[in-house]
Design a protein around this ligand. Structure first.
Ligand code: GLN
Length: 481
């Protein structure tokens, strides 16, 4: 029986001949089939993945060396372009769209001999926190199928959690990797803004979007990050500073200085048990000789509004290309004018949440309201960045929960989108400031037996410290996957 723990062990088994890439792919295809009701996948590339696996097995038999991701089975969120394959952003407007090129980050993985197993379900255009806004229907949380898996990369989190792949990719504009990782009890990394090329990632809000990684151990996540962060001239917002080599051997002996925001601990939406666990971590870190201090962050109440003003403004512009001519569904209704033609295409193609955000974004950019909303929100963003700069002059990392609560029930958000938006309070901060952040699955809720954990954020461009801290914390709280 095939089983996967980490890439190193898998490669050892391949070299010893105790398993093959075909075994691995067959195992994951069977798992995907067995757990089909969770609705994590949009499309499974079964025959293609098997073909690739046998080609790799043959290569090894001929004595060719293994590349870094030889046979590593990866699932991708349905917003990452893959040439010749459907990429739909879980939207009816792109239902027949076939990618014309491959996203750079994905190409880097393929170059290292990764096997792409299929595309994962998500919220339409990555807009949502529950994976309920998908044209393919909602995804179920594997720990309790009446709960949401989180969003928008819910399918990728579930695919990883339920053993349908070795690692998966999501995208994180305001928490879409960290929050579903938290709700599903896996590790979710959002690199800092610009760390991974966005070329070929379907845009939601371009100054926030970042490809992220779901995994079950830090070493594999670091390896993927390292491979995907190779500079790409197609994305001019990519950071130019190369990362230090990962896994600094001395890191575990290093003492860090952490800060916790007072306003987070005192926030009325924070579940008391999650708060108690955060306090517990704080105490344990101190016992180990690290410093943890409380810091004021009086901008907390402004970050969700600022995030939703700027992201919807950017989305209204990014999504204007889906007009039925350049991209997207074309209505068969007779139209009397070009305006009516666009209107039919877009009305039929987009779902309600996407429409709401396009309208909100258009409104905040409109003459007369621009300064009151868009300019104000940008000013808040600037203040957040200044504050962050001051914090990192003194501290190595910020710790807080990923979400104020555990996974809500399916349908609980009902007709109240603002309630859903407010749940993003602890994740949008990292995107507004461009920081790297990671969700670590550390705890189980006593009342509802659902996973939750801790979020760690470090300074811009400092993913290495982030992963070192993550390693350190996970050693104290071995996750139950
Ligand atoms: N929940 C947030 C939103 O709906 C985050 C989305 C994301 O990170 N893609 O905008």
């Amino acid at each position: 029986m095939f089983s996967f723990t980490n890439i190193k062990a898998f490669h050892k088994e391949l070299l010893e001949g105790s398993t093959t890439c075909v075994d691995a792919v067959q195992h994951f295809i069977a798992k995907i089939e067995e757990k089909k009701h969770l609705n994590a996948f949009v499309e499974v590339y079964d025959s293609e993945a098997l073909e690739k696996a046998s080609a790799l097995d043959l290569q090894r038999a001929q004595g060719l060396p293994l590349k870094k991701l030889h046979g590593v089975v990866i699932a991708i969120k349905d917003v990452i372009c893959y040439k010749g394959h459907h990429t739909t952003a879980a939207s009816a407007i792109l239902k027949d769209f076939t990618s014309l090129y491959t996203a750079t980050a994905l190409q880097y993985l393929i170059n290292e001999e990764a096997i792409i197993i299929g595309t994962c379900n998500c919220d339409e255009f990555a807009m949502g926190s529950t994976n309920e806004n998908s044209t393919y229907g909602n995804v179920l949380n594997p720990w309790n199928e009446s709960k949401v898996p989180g969003g928008s990369s819910g399918g990728s989190a579930v695919a990883l959690q339920s053993g349908m792949c070795m690692l998966s990719l999501g995208s994180d504009t305001g928490g879409s990797v960290r929050q579903p990782a938290d709700f599903c009890g896996v590790i979710g990394l959002k690199p800092g803004y610009g760390r991974i090329s966005r070329y070929g990632l379907i845009a939601y809000a371009s100054s926030f979007d970042q490809i992220g990684i779901f995994g079950k151990n830090i070493e594999d996540i670091s390896l993927l990050l390292n491979i995907m962060s190779i500079p790409d001239y197609h994305d001019s917002t990519m950071q130019t500073l190369l990362m230090r080599p990962l896994h600094n051997a001395g890191a575990l002996n290093r003492k860090f200085k952490f800060c916790v925001f007072k306003e987070v601990l005192e926030h009325s939406s924070l579940d008391p048990e999650i708060k108690a666990s955060l306090k517990k971590v704080e105490k344990e870190l101190k016992t180990q000789g690290h410093q943890v201090e409380q810091v004021d962050f009086d901008l907390l109440e402004y970050i969700v509004p600022a995030y939703y003003v700027i992201t919807t403004a950017e989305a209204s512009s990014n999504l204007s290309r889906y007009d039925g001519i350049r991209f997207g569904h074309q209505s068969t209704q007779a139209a009397e004018s070009i305006d009516a033609f666009y209107k039919n295409n877009r009305s039929e193609g987009f779902g309600p949440e996407v429409k709401r955000r396009i309208m909100l974004g258009t409104f905040v950019l409109s003459t007369g309201y621009y300064d009151a909303y868009y300019t104000k929100a940008q000013q808040v963003r600037r203040l957040v960045m200044q504050k962050v700069e001051a914090i990192f002059n003194e501290y190595d990392a910020i710790i807080m929960p990923s979400s104020p609560g555990t996974a809500p029930s399916i349908g609980a958000a009902g007709n109240d989108p603002v309630a859903m938006y407010l749940g993003d309070i602890f994740t949008v901060f990292a995107n507004l400031a461009g920081l790297p952040g990671i969700a670590l699955p550390l705890f189980w809720h006593n009342v509802n037996n659902l996973p939750y954990g801790l979020q760690v954020m470090t300074n811009k461009q400092d993913e290495v410290t982030l992963l070192e801290i993550a390693d350190l914390i996970l050693q104290q709280y071995p996750p139950r996957f």
